[in-house]
Design a protein around this ligand. Structure first.
Ligand SMILES: [Zn+2]
Length: 459
């Protein structure tokens, strides 16, 4: 394990010559080079090269645009993100692959000998990052798919657009638009820091509202989807396990709480006469934390977060008349999610009743837990056993593109260990050997004797 991970210089001109042939972002199908694809359709065993994967990770990190603080930033459709996509395109081009940008801003790459209508496995993740991100979030899954193409696995590599949600305010937009749960009119209202909508900023990268309906997920073209991603939690690292198989993407409920009090003079209003919205919010925030801590005893993946608060009038000598804060609840089962939701709302009502505060709770999002496909998990586990690995099954606390795709395709995720669980931070670190292991597991699963297509379990 390296002792330190210095930030490499970001050379804006990097990959310029590679990118020249592939930038421009037309949606049309094109072969990336004239390199012959013959002979690459069969997998060459044990050809996974960790050093090559590491070079990919470092090169993609170097594509990032300078951030105001330390870290790596590749906002969707930004020059840094485009350079990262071009890097992947240039490497795939040398393998004779074909590529297309779909109408939702996602980049797709298939081997030259595989047509867009052939039924293949989908594999990939995202290249966009939070403003002060690390080198591995999303990138791990993309470089896995690239390495699988290099060793001759006939799959489709996908780079989903705007996974993080820090560019346009909503996460997982590329995959959500592809499956049709976000509309073109929704995307027209979502803007980045430059005031450009997803449709406007993405136009140079294939986004086309008029073509979206004709370019949705076509299940008959895919055998399933496997996404490799850092765990972004510490459980695998603490257990000394390189990888884990994801059972469920935990459910999430988010809501906005608005507490209304009465503003008054901070000096002349007696304590018993106050209706202090900020004090009510403070009590509620501590109570929400206690509820989650209690629930986590039986259901360790139940978590609650108040991550944002706005106070009015927000003055040093005025009692607050309003406090608006967000609540983010996650849990592994529908039952534990509902229980957390019920307890939090009951606590909010009691606190406001006691303090004489008004209360409004607005739902922002309600996503149920999304199970990964059992048959694919079993096949991945079988491949792990063949490699001599015992691999734990773990839930995912974070949402991922695999969770969006899972209702439509047999989907699974392999987590690679995150050092100390750190993510969305420049200190994020995942061992390249663990990423290479995930590549071997997927290759192993696909090498097994013609198990036949996986049928999606109806739920
Ligand atoms: Zn990610």
């Amino acid at each position: 394990m390296p002792v330190s991970h210095p930030v490499p210089p970001r050379d804006a001109g990097l990959f310029k010559s590679d990118a020249a042939a592939s930038s421009g972002g037309k949606r049309s199908d094109r072969c990336l080079s004239s390199a012959p694809s013959a002979g690459r359709s069969r997998m060459s065993r044990d050809a996974v090269v960790p050093a090559r994967i590491e070079r990919d990770i470092e090169a993609i990190a170097a594509c990032s645009q300078p951030a105001t603080t330390a870290g790596y930033h590749r906002a969707t459709f930004s020059p840094g993100w485009a350079r990262a996509c071009d890097y992947v395109l240039s490497k795939a081009g040398r393998l004779g692959c074909r590529s297309r940008r779909d109408a939702h801003g996602n980049l797709r790459i298939r081997p030259g000998g595989v047509s867009w209508s052939d039924r293949v496995w989908l594999c990939g993740s995202h290249l966009d990052s939070v403003p002060t991100g690390g080198k591995y979030d999303g990138v791990s899954g993309v470089v896995c798919a690239l390495e699988l193409l290099r060793i001759g696995v006939p799959l489709e590599l996908v780079v989903f657009a705007e996974e993080e949600g820090t560019g346009f305010g909503t996460a997982l937009l590329g995959s959500r638009s592809w499956v049709g749960t976000v509309s073109a009119s929704d995307l027209s209202r979502m803007q980045n820091d430059e005031g450009r909508s997803f449709l406007e900023a993405g136009a140079a990268f294939g986004v086309d509202a008029s073509a979206m309906n004709g370019d949705r997920l076509a299940a008959e073209r895919y055998l399933g989807f496997v996404e490799v991603h850092p765990e972004q939690g510490a459980s695998l690292w603490k257990q000394g396990r390189p990888i884990g198989l994801v059972t469920t993407v935990n459910g999430r409920r988010q809501f906005r709480v608005i507490m209304a009090g009465r503003s008054n003079h901070a000096g002349s209003t007696q304590m018993l006469d106050r209706h202090d919205a900020l004090a009510g919010a403070a009590q509620a925030i501590i109570e929400i934390e206690r509820i989650a801590l209690d629930l986590a005893v039986e259901s360790p993946y139940t978590v609650a977060t108040v991550g944002r608060i706005d106070v009015g009038p927000n003055e040093i000598n005025v009692i607050a008349n309003s406090a608006t804060f967000t609540v983010d609840l996650r849990a592994q089962t529908p039952g534990s999610l509902s229980r957390a939701d019920d307890l939090v709302k009951k606590a909010l009502q009691e606190i406001c009743a006691r303090r004489g505060l008004g209360l409004v709770i607005e739902s922002i999002e309600d996503l149920p837990p999304i199970p990964m496909e059992e048959t694919v998990i079993d096949r991945l586990e079988h491949a792990c056993v063949a490699l001599g690995l015992t691999v734990p099954r773990v839930p995912s606390g974070a949402l991922h593109d695999a969770g969006i795709v899972a209702p439509y395709l047999p989907a699974a995720m392999i987590f690679v260990a995150s050092r100390d669980g750190v993510s969305h931070d420049p200190a994020e670190y995942t061992r390249v050997e663990d990423i290479a292991l995930a590549v071997r597991v997927i290759a192993g699963m696909l090498r097994e004797e013609e198990p036949g297509p996986v049928t999606k379990t109806s739920r």
